[in-house]
Structures are given as structure tokens and as C-alpha cells.
Design a protein around this ligand. Structure first.
Ligand code: AMP
Ligand code: MG
Length: 421
């Protein structure tokens, strides 16, 4: 297992900017997972661990893009209708093709091969909707361009070209592309084995009775879903009490069987926050105070040789921190490329004041307005308000140097759909 360099997470200044955090992580995290071969039906969402090169042309031969009549363009009168005898018929998948001499038309169907023939064969296909048929003669209107509706061999994929690249996460169309070049299986990175804990004496398992002072553990389910969405194999290890010995024992036990340990809660500096002390005792820990809202602090370190990420306890901070810091770490550990997700420019539908020198993510819903898509902010925006995330379509990202946003200005919007699957 490749690992972290010593002190790679040591923080220099007082508050760390997001870019700095991402740079440090990119420098220190390497792929840890082995490769495995999976059938295409299990490849969705996995990170490709090879370049896929096509051994064939796609399509392998010239063929028709429509149902219609294949003709030699040179036979057509550019000024008036052309009448041609229908001398043959070709359907999709047909192996033996009829001759298609000059001066004839061939009845042909979508995906059927175009015959080559001595004169190069028919080069143009007239859609059946644009022809009239009289007995065994097709009447073709003037005006069609040479090559219309005729697909060329290799026009989709050329033999020998790389169609999918190592490090990319496979989407539905990527899986289809692998099939289109004849692959039954692909090499992918093994799923990252992640141990997941929540910490806090107040937390109860959903379904249990809630006595005074208790709340349901939501973070573990949010994080489980986020990790699964990225293709991790999650080991749900439950809720840890606010007791140093218990946290220490559980983290120590999780080390051997996992590639990464993730916790939430217990990483502030209150005396009931034991995660920090426990990780320090078992390995190394750095508390990063990120110049972000919501989110800081986040704890990064190692339990033995296994990387450790301690997310904050507040449910909104969990999601925002996960998406911005943990997601790229996980993709990297699985050998994926972690090019930042796309944000989209939309109009802000709200005024907002913020502190200078920190990045802020505002939960927002997209509304179609007269002047295009507008991002509306959720009224209650505390870091503990999970329902604000439920109501949101994504996050408006406000840069460090901004202090005042006025409604109507253009802002960067990160849709959850870009980063949660
Ligand atoms: P902590 O970082 O442990 O001080 O937690 C900060 C806040 O987040 C507190 O209000 C906790 O009750 C809450 N919290 C911590 N963990 C969870 C969790 N797993 N699910 C829901 N809320 C949590
Ligand atoms: Mg706590």
C-alpha cells in the first residue's frame, strides 16, 4: 500500500485556503488500490485502471444511417427528379450483399452495410420519407448532397485509438463505449475499503428511542451514501462514545482491514473531543483550520499507516467538507483523476455579506427566472440545518476576496449532481 509522506499534512499558516489544502493533498496522496477485472455490468462508477484501445473500426464498414434507398450520387439529376430501378435489398446484419451497379437503387435499412462494388458502390442514401416508389422504381427528388445518410467505416472510433483513459470514472456511456469496441471486461481500481464511525454520546441509531439530550445519528448515513456514491466499500462501524479509551480501541481495530478511516464529530477542541487525542496516540494528526465556511476544522492524519479523515460534527459542514476535501482524496486513493468538478455561472437571487479571506459555500436552489437560472438561498443557513441541504440543488461558491454579494450578480454554482455520484 502506497502511503502518506511524513508530516505531509502539517499546516503552515493560521487558516489554510482551500487551494492550499487541495495542493497539499494532491502532492501527498497516491493511489493505494490494486487493480481488478470486472465485467461491464459491474463497471459503472468504477475508476478505470487501463487505457481502453479499440481493436476495430466503429462502425466496421460503411452503412446506412436511415431506412431508404442507396444510390450513386453521380446518377442523380441535380435539377429534377431521378427515376431509378430498385435492384436489391439489404437489411441490418445481412452478410452477402447484392451488386449495386450504376443506374440502380438498393432498398436499404438503418445499420445495413452499403455494398462496395466496382465503382465504389452507392455513396448516398435517400430517406424513404423523401422518395416515392412506383412499382419497382424509386423517384428521387433533386437536391440531396453526396454522402448524405451514409456512415463511413471508423467514423465513430478509429481502429487503434484510445477510447477510454486510465483514471476516468466510468459513466453509463463509457461502459457502452467499452462494449462498442468489443470489450467484455475492463480493469478497474479495487474499491477503497473505508471504515466509518460517528462519535458522540448524544447520538442514537435511527429507530431507537430518543431520551432527553439525544439525537439520531444522521452523519453516518450521509457519509455512507457519499462514500458509496464514489464507489467505496464502506464498513459501517457504528457510533463511538465520547471516551478516549473506546475511541482509541475502535480506531486501532479498524486500522488493519481498511485503506481509509473516516469519522465525524469530536474533532473540535472541547474536552469531550477525543478523536484528536486518540489519533495522536496511534499515529499522527493534523488539525487543519480551513479558511472556509461552513466546514472547519477537519482532522487529517494516520492511524498506524492508514490515512485518517476526521470530519466535523455539524451535518452541513460534513457534506461541504466531504465534497471539497475528502472527495478528491478518495478519488486519488483509487487512482482516479481528481480534476475539480465543473461549476456553472448563474445569477444570485440574494444579497450576502461575508468575511474576507475565506471561501464560503451557500446552499442554494435553482429557480428558472426571466433572466435565466437564479440561485435562491435557503433562509436558515446554520451549519446544523440539514434540511437546508435537502432543499438545495447545490452550492454557490463565493471566493476569498469577496465581501459583499448583491442580488443579480453572477456567481459560481456547484450542482450536487456534479460531485455526489
Ligand atoms: P462535535 O464536532 O462532536 O462537537 O459536534 C458538533 C455538532 O454536530 C453537535 O451539535 C453534534 O451533536 C452534531 N453531530 C455530531 N455528530 C453527529 C452525527 N453523527 N449526526 C448528527 N449530528 C451530529
Ligand atoms: Mg461530539
Amino acid at each position: 500500500m502506497a502511503q502518506l509522506t511524513d508530516d505531509c499534512f502539517a499546516q503552515g499558516g493560521p487558516l489554510m485556503r482551500v487551494e492550499e489544502a487541495r495542493r497539499l493533498l494532491a502532492e501527498s496522496i497516491t493511489a493505494v488500490t490494486e487493480r481488478e477485472t470486472v465485467p461491464l455490468t459491474e463497471a459503472l462508477g468504477r475508476i478505470l485502471a487501463e487505457d481502453v484501445t479499440s481493436p476495430v473500426n466503429v462502425p466496421p464498414a460503411p452503412n446506412s444511417a436511415v431506412d431508404g434507398y442507396a444510390v450513386h450520387h453521380a446518377d442523380l439529376d441535380p435539377a429534377q427528379e431521378t427515376r431509378l430501378p430498385i435492384t436489391g435489398r439489404i437489411t441490418a446484419g445481412q452478410r452477402d450483399l447484392p451488386d449495386a451497379p450504376r443506374g440502380s437503387a438498393i432498398r436499404i435499412f438503418t445499420g445495413a452495410r452499403l455494398p462496395a462494388g466496382e465503382n465504389g458502390g452507392p455513396d448516398t442514401v435517400m430517406m424513404q420519407e423523401d422518395c416515392t416508389v412506383e412499382g419497382n422504381t424509386v423517384v428521387i427528388r433533386p437536391g440531396i448532397k453526396k454522402g448524405s445518410n451514409a456512415r463511413k467505416a471508423g467514423e465513430d472510433v478509429e481502429q487503434g485509438s484510445v477510447v477510454l483513459h486510465e483514471g476516468q470514472r466510468l459513466r453509463a456511456q463509457d461502459v457502452g463505449q467499452a462494449a462498442a469496441v468489443g470489450r467484455q471486461e475492463v480493469k478497474v481500481s479495487q474499491r477503497l475499503r473505508v471504515a466509518l464511525f460517528s462519535t458522540g454520546d448524544e447520538l442514537r441509531e435511527p429507530g431507537a428511542a430518543l431520551e432527553a439530550g439525544a439525537i439520531y445519528d444522521s452523519n453516518r448515513y450521509t457519509i455512507h451514501a457519499l462514500l458509496s456514491g464514489l464507489g467505496c466499500r464502506v464498513d459501517d462501524l457504528g457510533i463511538l462514545p465520547d471516551r478516549l479509551d473506546a475511541v482509541r480501541a475502535a480506531l486501532g481495530a479498524a486500522e488493519g482491514k481498511h485503506d481509509l478511516i473516516v469519522t465525524s464529530g469530536g474533532v473540535s477542541v472541547g474536552e469531550e473531543d477525543h478523536v484528536k487525542t486518540a489519533v495522536e496516540a496511534l499515529g499522527k494528526l493534523h488539525l487543519w483550520r480551513l479558511a472556509v465556511k461552513p466546514g472547519r476544522p477537519i482532522a487529517l492524519g494516520q492511524v498506524g499507516r492508514v490515512p485518517f479523515v476526521g470530519l466535523p460534527g455539524n451535518p452541513v459542514a460534513v457534506v461541504v467538507t466531504f465534497l471539497n476535501v475528502v472527495r478528491p482524496v478518495i478519488l486519488r486513493m483509487m487512482g482516479g483523476d481528481d480534476t475539480p468538478p465543473h461549476t456553472f455561472r448563474v445569477r444570485a437571487g440574494f444579497d450576502h455579506k461575508k468575511k474576507i479571506d475565506r471561501r464560503e459555500w451557500v446552499r442554494a436552489r435553482l429557480v428558472e427566472g426571466a433572466s435565466g437560472l437564479t440561485a435562491e438561498k435557503f433562509a436558515r443557513d446554520g451549519a446544523g440545518i440539514l434540511s437546508s441541504l435537502v432543499a438545495a440543488d447545490g452550492l454557490v461558491e463565493l471566493p476569498e476576496d469577496l465581501t459583499r454579494l448583491e442580488a443579480g450578480a453572477m456567481v459560481d454554482f456547484l450542482p450536487f449532481s456534479e460531485v455526489t455520484q
